[in-house]
Design a protein around this ligand. Structure first.
Ligand SMILES: Nc1ncnc2c1ncn2[C@@H]1O[C@H](COP(=O)(O)OP(=O)(O)OP(=O)(O)O)[C@@H](O)[C@H]1O
Ligand SMILES: Nc1ccn([C@@H]2O[C@H](COP(=O)(O)O)[C@@H](O)[C@H]2O)c(=O)n1
Length: 217
């Protein structure tokens, strides 16, 4: 990619935005940041140190210690960490610290792909392409279950669904940077799409934007 390309991907829990972000980053040869991991890292540190998830200042301190180059996906994958992440993510102090780190990543020469909840609206409002990925809660819960089972685990789909709905509500209702599509985001409902089909649809959108940019220059 010889031109700068910044791709912002948002969507609710387990919508497939991370899978798509990784595929697109690979295809367009761009670095990728899963910003959910940064909130998870804050929550993980709070849990490890026995700190209250309601303490905004301690959470902001934990956010200052987050190292984007050292996010251990395996350690941060636990269900309890995801839930705790959505609790610390309501604090503006935490968001300020993490958004600054995320913007530094986004602004590297050549561009990047970032996925999260507020990338198109807050972190990268000037992104070249914004995608908002969604799927019905039932489809998302089913995908998450298959994901867990494929790694040898087990869970009840009703519990996963309840968890997804609760997390989406918290993420959408918070005052600072709630989950919502940016006005100029391209919406992609993948409920009826395979990973491959979603990837093709996203590429068609991005290639369309790049072609328009080439024509304009
Ligand atoms: N279009 C699709 N069709 C079928 N399965 C999919 C699709 N997209 C993603 N998946 C699967 O759904 C699961 C959740 O996807 P993924 O982890 O990418 O979601 P996410 O939005 O990044 O989740 P989170 O918000 O928890 O980080 C994964 O197992 C992934 O392989
Ligand atoms: N840009 C973001 C990304 C994530 N969050 C919060 O973190 C939680 C965990 O995110 P995952 O993508 O790893 O599931 C999520 O529920 C959000 O509360 C955020 O606020 N902003």
């Amino acid at each position: 990619m010889d031109q700068n390309l910044l791709i912002a991907i948002d969507g609710p829990a387990a919508s497939g935005k991370g899978t798509l972000a990784r595929r697109l980053a690979d295809y367009y040869h761009l670095p990728h940041l899963d910003t959910g991991l940064t909130y998870r890292a804050v929550a993980h540190r709070m849990i490890e140190h026995g700190l209250s998830l309601d303490d905004a200042e301690q959470a902001a301190d934990a956010a200052r210690k987050v190292d984007l180059g050292n996010l251990d996906k395996g350690a941060l994958a636990a269900h309890a960490v995801a839930d705790a992440a959505s609790r610390v993510a309501v604090f503006p102090q935490v968001r300020r610290v993490l958004v600054e780190k995320q913007r530094a990543f986004a602004n590297q020469p050549g561009g990047a792909v970032l996925d999260g909840r507020d990338i198109g609206t807050v972190v990268c409002p000037n992104a070249d392409v914004k995608l908002y990925i969604t799927a019905s809660p039932e489809v998302r819960a089913g995908r998450r279950l298959r994901d867990i089972e494929s790694r040898g685990g087990s869970a009840r789909v009703e519990d996963i669904l309840a968890d997804i709905v609760k997390r989406d509500e918290r993420d959408s209702a918070r005052a600072d940077s709630p989950l919502r599509p940016a006005e100029d985001a391209h919406l992609l409902d993948t409920s009826e799409m395979s990973i491959e089909a979603a990837f093709r649809a996203a590429r068609a959108i991005i290639d369309g934007v790049l072609a328009k940019r080439d024509t304009a220059s």
